[in-house]
Design a protein around this ligand. Structure first.
Ligand code: AMP
Length: 294
């Protein structure tokens, strides 16, 4: 695996990898912020099956963190991340510095996806998706992938990036991979390592409430307000859990919907102590719905 830190080297290495291929090649990109876990690795494994060249990135992107968020304490585990990526057969790892990605005197262009960017996490974290869209657009320009892999775990991010790719005509196919969970249902997240053992137990309320809602929907409850109340009740009964949002929305526009029959995204975010966690369930238009089982 080539480990590269500058935009220039990475652009050259990606172009060279394509040029030296003897047959048509598909280049897959997996953007991450590191502190890698099985969720990230599932994206890499899917890309390895579908692409001849696999490029991963590790960049804790300052522009997607708010001033009082966890940018400085976000887990950074570069050496073990490199070992994991190497073992998965990643071809190129791009791990730039903040200075290379955002030279302070010259960066002034940002990408906004109005509307979608201001819903769910975008509402709770103003400016978050502006940072995400901007850094992903930059990575697309640097790496020129054919496909880019993202996790369903960050459902609002997927909606924002799909809209950006569509609106700005990026020649990139967005592939969304299912959420990977621990055996007890907790969605894997780099932020789970902030949780104490007691907090981790409480955090299970997110996946449990989604699992209950999905089961109710499968049994024929299509009224979004009824399901939302059930989730809120479930979460409110968990000590020290502070609900950020519970929303039932259209997965593409993130606009609230009243009826689930045409499919829906049920998304939740909550604070467990100082840690903000998100989770979601994507319901298809036709049963059986995706089931979250411990
Ligand atoms: P992050 O490092 O948190 O920015 O995540 C990088 C990519 O991994 C994003 O596309 C996430 O949606 C995806 N990801 C994170 N956690 C999971 C998970 N538990 N299952 C599947 N994908 C995930």
């Amino acid at each position: 695996m080539q480990i590269l830190q500058t935009i220039k080297e990475t652009r050259q290495a990606c172009a060279k990898a394509r040029a030296s291929a003897t047959k048509p090649t598909v280049l897959g990109l997996i953007p991450t912020m590191g502190a890698l876990h099985e969720g990230h690795l599932s994206l890499i494994r899917t890309a390895k099956k579908q692409c001849e060249i696999v490029v991963a990135t590790i960049f804790v992107n300052p522009t997607q963190f708010g001033p009082n968020e966890d940018f400085s304490r976000y887990p950074r585990t570069f050496a073990s991340d490199c070992a994991l990526l190497e073992a998965e057969g990643v071809d190129i790892l791009f791990a730039p510095s903040v200075e290379d990605m955002y030279p302070t005197s010259t960066s002034r262009t940002f990408i906004e996806v109005p509307g979608i960017s201001d819903r769910l996490d975008g509402l709770s974290r103003p400016g978050h998706f502006r940072g995400v869209a901007t850094v992903v657009a930059k990575l697309f320009h640097i790496v020129s992938p054919d496909r880019a892999y993202f996790g369903q775990k960050d459902a609002a991010q997927v909606a924002v990036l799909r809209a950006m790719v569509h609106d700005l005509n990026f020649p990139v196919e967005v592939i969304v991979c299912p959420t990977v969970r621990d055996a007890d249902g907790l969605a894997l997240s780099s932020r789970n390592q902030y949780l104490s053992p007691e907090e981790r137990t409480r955090a299970l309320a997110l996946s449990r409430s989604l699992g209950n809602a999905t089961a109710q929907a499968s049994k024929g409850t299509h009224d979004a307000s009824q399901l939302k109340s059930a989730i809120l009740q479930d979460l409110q009964s968990t000590p020290t859990l502070k609900i950020d949002y519970v929303e039932i929305v259209d997965p593409t526009t993130l606009e609230p919907i009243a009826d689930l029959q045409a499919g829906a995204l049920i998304a939740v975010a909550a604070w467990i102590g100082k840690t903000r966690l998100i989770d979601n369930a994507l319901l298809s238009a036709t049963p059986p719905h995706q089931k979250i089982t411990p």
